[in-house]
Design a protein around this ligand. Structure first.
Ligand SMILES: Nc1ncnc2c1ncn2[C@@H]1O[C@H](COP(=O)(O)OP(=O)(O)OP(=O)(O)O)[C@@H](O)[C@H]1O
Ligand SMILES: [Mg+2]
Length: 364
């Protein structure tokens, strides 16, 4: 188990800044997820930590010791690559246990570890096969097995579940979480799947264009994303955004969105006054914080049903407020309104977030 510190870490390829001044501390025993869209530098950051790439500048420390000059094998890490890189001529069992064989671990111990690891990954029946006789998802599980069979200081995992079908993926991520609960090995896990990040992480580091945008507990990132990009990237369906202006009327502050306006409490107003660069803002509200009523209520906003999606135990309805505003609301799966019908909407005020006009900064 190790604490990992990244200090002003940069990696450029030609004129691409793959990792751009990353500063991060991954605590001992922590499950850290690097989350971000394709090309944001997740794999590069992981390869730098593994020692497979040399930083252009900056430092990496394991337990306070600089590791910049250490070879990958001197860092005591186990890595699962985005491509599985299995040895084609070796059986699954040998692929998984090679590192233990090299370390001269007694045979009985290897057999026992193989059995446990293959059990966790549901590949017991595949141990004698060669990689070419496996599906992509099976190969991916073998690659995962090869890492978890060891007892390293750090696990580095690069989208290790991306080739599994939906059911297996959910099962495997639960297994990984349980495994981490048990072993408490410091883990850095790379994914572009926000749901996976939410489930697995102790903390999530959101990356974009090589830069760290936000690092926090999953719930905090979901509740208080520090900009609009994160608010959209985390959560499905994504947060609704509505452009609005701050307005003063008879000593009371309102947020005017055109077809509706909302009273702003003194607390929120004080924060906004200090933080907002202008009176033009973007309001953000998640679908589960948009309440749909069939009858008009106090302070409810009239809306029209555009579209309804039933997703098994829940439904999502797209609503039009006035001519220009469209919001998605989470509703019960048995929602019974047809397209074009009138409904009434209320927002859960506690959960409304405000960003500056362009959405670069969370204001309140
Ligand atoms: N060896 C390389 N040579 C040149 N450019 C590279 C190299 N490796 C990565 N890049 C570039 O660096 C940026 C970050 O790539 P990286 O593979 O780290 O992204 P990623 O977040 O892992 O993306 P994905 O989710 O698609 O795997 C990209 O713009 C990529 O094109
Ligand atoms: Mg990658």
């Amino acid at each position: 188990m190790a604490e990992i510190v990244l200090e002003n870490l940069c990696k450029t390829f030609g004129n691409v800044k793959a990792v751009d001044n990353l500063n991060l501390k991954i605590k001992e025993k922590e499950f850290m997820v690097f989350l971000g869209p394709s090309g944001c530098g997740k794999t590069t950051a992981l390869r730098l930590i593994a020692g497979l790439e040399k930083p252009t500048s900056g430092n990496i420390y394991f337990d306070g010791e600089p590791v910049n000059d250490l070879e990958p094998k001197e860092r005591n890490i186990a890595m699962v690559f985005q491509e599985y890189a299995l040895y084609p001529h070796m059986s699954v069992a040998d692929n998984m246990s090679l590192c233990l064989q090299v370390d001269k671990v007694p045979k009985e111990k290897i057999v026992k570890k193989l059995k446990i690891t293959a059990g966790i990954l549901q590949i017991e029946q595949l141990l004698t096969r060669k990689p070419s006789e496996l599906s992509g998802g099976q190969q991916q599980r073998v690659a995962l097995g090869r890492a978890i069979i060891r007892n390293p200081s750090v696990y580095l995992m690069d989208e290790p579940l991306s080739n599994l079908d939906a059911i297996l993926r959910v099962a495997m991520r639960a297994e990984l979480k349980k495994l981490h609960e048990k072993l408490k090995t410091t883990t850095i896990y790379v994914t572009h799947d926000q749901a996976e990040a939410m489930v697995l992480a102790d903390r999530v580091a959101v990356l974009k264009d090589g830069k760290l945008l936000q690092m926090d507990k999953p719930r905090k990132i979901y509740d208080r994303p520090t900009n609009k990009f994160i608010a959209e990237f985390v959560g499905s369906p994504k947060m609704n955004f509505i452009k609005c202006s701050l307005l003063e009327k008879n000593g009371q502050i309102f947020l005017d969105a055109g077809p509706f306006s909302l009273k702003v409490s003194n607390g929120v107003w004080t924060t906004m006054k200090n933080q907002a660069p202008s009176s033009e803002l973007t309001m953000g509200v998640r679908p589960e914080h948009v309440f749909v009523h069939t009858k008009k209520e106090k302070d409810s906003i009239e809306a029209k049903v555009y579209f309804f999606q039933q997703m098994g135990n829940v439904g999502y309805v797209e609503l039009g407020l006035g001519n220009d505003i469209q919001v998605t609301a989470a509703v019960k799966a048995d929602f019974e309104k047809n397209i074009g019908e009138k409904v009434f909407v209320k927002f859960d005020k506690k959960h409304i977030r405000f960003f500056d006009e362009v959405g670069e900064k969370l204001i309140a």
